[in-house]
Design a protein around this ligand. Structure first.
Ligand code: CA
Ligand code: CA
Length: 267
């Protein structure tokens, strides 16, 4: 029986372990971006040191006005900047990034085309290219309308540890602007607890729950053993305390048993 319960717990741990790993990613939403700033820092672990830093060479800096509410992949307010440069934006990872990067983007073009896109390149600390991707912007159905501006979602899986990334956005508008939002990845410092420790804590917590339950069950069994009726003097003894037996009719028996169980439960 115990083995069966432990097997059940192990199965639950196995189900929860991937969840713990997933929690180590982070999504940057630029909610506190300051208009006019030329850089934006994301502090994933709360130690006041930015772990992911976005920067532009545009002296006018970023904007926060955004493309409006009718977009699928970009929400007010993301990070807005000029798309007239190449690169338009750079991101640096203080602790490196691993696995994959994903983000939503839009540009101020209403008509999709070959010159409406987002391009992204990732490099390691030795300036070696780890991966790159380009996604054309499109307008998606958002019933009863569709995206106001061409947009898309770029996903890039890669091996190694990325040190920085370069963005190049393109818009068909002469006042080219891009919007970036929901920049998602694993940035090293986003884990407040390292992965193995997370698993250990999870196992420890489940084990404590299991053994706590066993102790409570043992106490209840011990109390039940101490609970034995005296048939000669009309009393019942529970855990050393004596209670009078009021009635012996079959009608009262279930209620008395319930009361007895409630008392045992409070011991
Ligand atoms: Ca930090
Ligand atoms: Ca550009």
């Amino acid at each position: 029986m115990k083995h069966t319960k432990m097997a059940g717990l192990c199965a639950r741990v196995a189900l929860l372990m991937p969840l713990a790993a997933c929690l180590q990613g982070a999504t940057v939403t630029f909610g506190n971006l300051v208009a006019g700033a030329t850089s934006y820092g994301f502090d994933g672990d709360g130690d006041t040191i930015a772990d992911v830093v976005f920067s532009t060479t545009d002296p006018l800096g970023f904007n926060t006005s955004g493309p409006g509410p009718f977009q699928l992949y970009v929400y007010q307010a993301g990070l807005e900047g000029t798309s007239l440069l190449n690169p338009d934006l750079r991101v640096d990872f203080l602790h490196g990034a691993t696995g994959s990067i994903q983000f939503g983007f839009a540009v101020n073009s209403q008509a999709p085309g070959a010159n409406v896109f987002a391009g992204f390149q990732l490099f390691d600390a030795g300036n070696n290219l780890l991966g790159s991707a380009t996604v054309l912007g499109a307008r998606f159905p958002i019933p009863p309308i569709q995206s106001t501006f061409a947009e898309g979602q770029l996903s890039l899986m890669f091996s190694g540890r990325a040190a920085y990334g370069l963005f190049n956005f393109s818009s068909s508008s002469p006042t080219g602007r891009f919007f970036l939002d929901n920049f998602t990845g694993t940035f090293g410092s986003t884990e407040s607890v390292p992965e193995p420790a997370s698993g250990g804590l999870l196992l420890g917590g489940l084990a404590a729950l299991y053994w706590g339950g066993q102790r409570r069950a043992n106490r209840r069994r011990a109390a039940a053993v101490r609970c034995h009726p005296s048939t000669t003097n009309g009393t019942i003894t529970m855990a050393g305390r004596i209670f009078p037996v009021r009635a012996t009719s079959t009608k009262d028996t279930p209620k008395s048993n319930v009361a007895g169980r409630r008392r045992i439960g409070r011991l």
